[in-house]
Design a protein around this ligand. Structure first.
Ligand code: FAD
Ligand code: UDP
Length: 380
């Protein structure tokens, strides 16, 4: 008899498994439908010996000391600050849009206060910021919106920015300074030996058993357990009883090239040309030295593995219905990006599962909020 059946061996499942096993001496079975641990952060050495991320580039960044310290128990780190260039008007310019971007794009030499005035003169006042289009146009105006955001977003989501919540484009700030970094979080680093090694360290505990290549529905009823933690897609759990929640997928095309460097920075975004959105060269992220290099091209698509919840009002409405069903189950707990239908980064998912653990270990098993109350989560 297991105390917990945990569905999914990504960050959401692995964190809660580790906490329950190490701190509460619970016997835990982690069931994972894929043939590996790590969820979407899984990395591996390819045939040429280059460390690559199977499900697209994953860069760790957080403002939470608690999350960083927690993960530091399972990995050493390699400091890494991600930089991204966007291919616009035949140039490669920094994104997020900053002082350097504007000066390079328009051949100017503005100072910080001048660029602020420049952007303010182009920004269009909006009474209410509701959509991703509102967010960008109200900060930088239509022209820059069209150069950097409109087509990238249409490719990535299959939707116009005017059809997506403000929160999506709001992930990308606008800066008046020369900071070319993609993220400004306090902690920015990559697991020194990769994510998979981090997960191996997390899950190697005598109280944890991991079963790979198994959908939990195939073993339900056969393996006894007391409670379940579910980190897969929430609509699948309920057999799509209210219909399918849209998740955006991506096809990853990997290429290994006979050259040491392919591009000038970790990621290059292609808002306006090509069917792919971005190209990432892993050696920048991992620091690996190798005479060859591996890059990944991302082609967004509707069907396929569920990678991105799609933040827009009608999907939030549909999710709310599943959330009510989930809240009414006293012995099943939902955590993670797919199970709570939230566009979370890795650190937010780690924080969400740490919070769930605190709740479970506080002997609150019969106090699970019913009907729509949210678990407290960390927002970066
Ligand atoms: P997942 O990693 O999806 O894990 C869920 C696991 O459950 C999966 O392994 C799945 O196979 C398994 N599962 C599902 N259903 C079942 C079932 N029925 N039975 C058994 N197992 C099941 N975040 C960052 O912080 N930085 C980044 O740079 C970054 N880049 C990203 C790039 C891409 C292309 C994508 C898609 C995401 C990126 N993220 C990034 C987000 C990050 O991947 C997620 O926040 C994190 O991996 C979510 O962890 P999770 O455990 O909730 O979900
Ligand atoms: N985005 C864009 N142009 C860019 C970068 C981002 O339009 O050059 C928009 C796009 O809608 C994207 C969102 O901002 O999906 C969030 O970007 P982020 O890089 O955070 O996406 P992720 O890494 O999660 O795929």
């Amino acid at each position: 008899m297991f105390d917990y059946l945990i569905v999914g061996a990504g960050f959401a499942g692995a964190v809660i498994a580790e906490r329950l096993a190490s701190c509460s001496n619970k016997k835990v079975l982690v069931v994972e439908s894929r043939h590996h641990i790590g969820g979407n952060t899984y990395d591996y050495y390819n045939d040429d010996g280059i460390l690559a991320h199977k499900y697209g580039p994953h860069i760790f960044h957080t403002n939470s000391r608690e999350v960083y310290d927690y993960l530091s128990r399972f990995t050493a780190w390699r400091p890494y600050e991600h930089r991204v260039l966007a291919s616009v008007d035949g140039m490669l310019v920094p994104i997020p849009i900053n002082l350097n971007t504007i000066n390079q794009l328009y051949g100017m030499h503005l100072s910080s206060p001048e660029v602020e005035t420049f952007l303010a003169s182009r920004a269009e006042k909006k009474d209410r910021i509701i959509t991703s289009e509102d967010v960008v146009i109200s900060k930088v105006g239509k022209e820059l919106y069209e150069k950097f955001f409109k087509e990238y977003t249409r490719k990535q989501w299959g939707l116009d920015p005017s059809e997506l919540d403000a929160s999506v484009a709001a992930r990308i700030p606008t800066r008046n300074n020369c900071d070319n970094r993609y993220f400004t979080d306090k902690f920015q680093s990559m697991p020194l030996h990769g994510y998979t090694r981090l997960f191996e360290n997390m899950l190697s505990h005598p109280n944890i058993k991991v079963m790979l290549g198994t959908d939990y529905k195939d073993i339900e009823g056969e393996i006894p357990y007391k409670k379940m933690i579910y980190t897969g897609p929430v609509d699948y759990f309920f057999d799509y009883c209210y219909g399918k929640l849209p998740y955006r997928s991506i096809e990853f095309r990997f290429e290994t090239l006979e050259m040491e460097r392919y591009q000038p920075t970790g990621t290059v975004n292609y808002p306006n040309e090509h069917p792919y959105t971005r190209v990432t060269e892993f050696k920048y992220l991992t620091g690996q030295k190798h005479p060859k290099t591996t890059v990944v091209f991302e082609y967004p698509k509707a069907e396929g593995d569920p990678y991105y919840p799609v933040p827009r009002p009608e999907n939030a409405e549909l999710y709310k219905k599943y959330h009510l069903l989930a809240g009414a189950l006293p012995n099943v707990f939902f955590t993670g990006r797919l199970a709570t239908y939230k566009y979370y980064n890795m650190d937010q998912v780690v924080a969400q599962s740490l919070t769930l653990y605190k709740k479970l270990s506080g002997d609150t098993k019969n106090e699970r909020p019913i009907n729509g109350q949210k678990l407290p989560t960390y927002e970066s």
